[in-house]
Design a protein around this ligand. Structure first.
Ligand SMILES: NC(=O)c1ccc[n+]([C@@H]2O[C@H](COP(=O)([O-])OP(=O)(O)OC[C@H]3O[C@@H](n4cnc5c(N)ncnc54)[C@H](OP(=O)(O)O)[C@@H]3O)[C@@H](O)[C@H]2O)c1
Length: 236
């Protein structure tokens, strides 16, 4: 039986790399498309006409998540691997400088609530079997290791999604779901508005680090861990 995956924020950056890597491994992939004018996914759909499906998906909007789930449900009755990847920055500024609360709220909505929304919307498609829920978080969400003095929106939203994942884990792990909480390393993605050039990893390389963690079995599925691309565990 074919294995299916959903990837959010698949247009570019790590999400695109993950989509490509899954297709190369023979998965049928439903790629959340947030930027219809960005053509990289269209090119990939030409290469994989039978196994790549582009699905409009804004993880910041509940209606969009349920509409995407309905679109996917018309094509398959199951999602085996759900990868919450979409993310945005959340403004800069230190305390006392007049923070951009709207930017902070946007980051919270997309980064913290988005993955939980997506899980809720797609829950009925996660049938007994693999039931793997993956979350691209960040070391930046580690409260224990935080050293930063600014960047409230992004860092707080990543700490919050870690908690959201933990609550979801507590509820769904007894039903056979398995969880992957992940920091992808420093990736040359587009979160700064244009492609990063100074970071360590090209998105396709970062995806090749991530996919074994997302797809392989772990010995201790009953412990939720935040793991980075080098296999190191982070406190969160
Ligand atoms: N890059 C790093 O070094 C790094 C480090 C740690 C963790 N991460 C995490 O890794 C993930 C991917 O990062 P990346 O560097 O690949 O970012 P990216 O290049 O910006 O890719 C993220 C994609 O998600 C899209 N997106 C934005 N808002 C969305 C929404 N509401 N619904 C659906 N898609 C949306 C983005 O569109 P727009 O471009 O229009 O916003 C973009 O296409 C994020 O969760 C990020 O926090 C990245």
């Amino acid at each position: 039986m074919e294995t299916t995956a959903l990837v959010t924020g698949a247009d570019r950056g790590l999400g695109f790399g993950l989509t490509q890597g899954l297709l190369q491994r023979g998965y049928r992939v439903f790629a959340g498309q947030y930027m219809p004018d960005w053509t990289e996914l269209d090119g990939l759909a030409g290469e994989y006409p039978d196994t790549l499906h582009l699905v409009p998906l804004d993880v910041g909007q509940t209606d969009s998540c349920y509409a995407a789930a309905a679109t996917v449900a018309a094509m398959t009755d199951r999602i085996d691997v759900l990868i919450n990847n979409a993310g945005i920055t959340g403004g800069r500024g230190e305390i006392g400088e007049g923070l951009d609360y709207e930017a902070i709220q946007r980051a919270y909505n997309v980064n913290a609530l988005g993955p939980i929304r997506v899980v809720e919307a797609f829950l009925s498609l996660t049938k007994p079997g693999l039931r793997r829920l993956c979350f691209v978080s960040s070391e930046a969400g580690s409260i224990a290791n935080s050293y930063r003095t600014s960047g409230f929106g992004y860092y707080m939203s990543k700490a919050a999604v870690n908690m959201g994942v933990k609550i979801t884990f507590n509820r769904l792990r007894p039903d056979g779901y398995t969880f992957r909480l992940y920091h992808p390393g420093w990736v040359r993605g587009y979160m700064g508005g244009k492609k990063g050039t100074h970071a360590d990893l090209e998105p396709d390389v970062a995806a090749e680090y991530a996919l074994p963690f997302f797809l392989n079995e772990r010995e201790d599925e009953d412990r939720l861990v935040l793991i980075d691309n080098l296999g190191r565990e982070w406190p969160f």
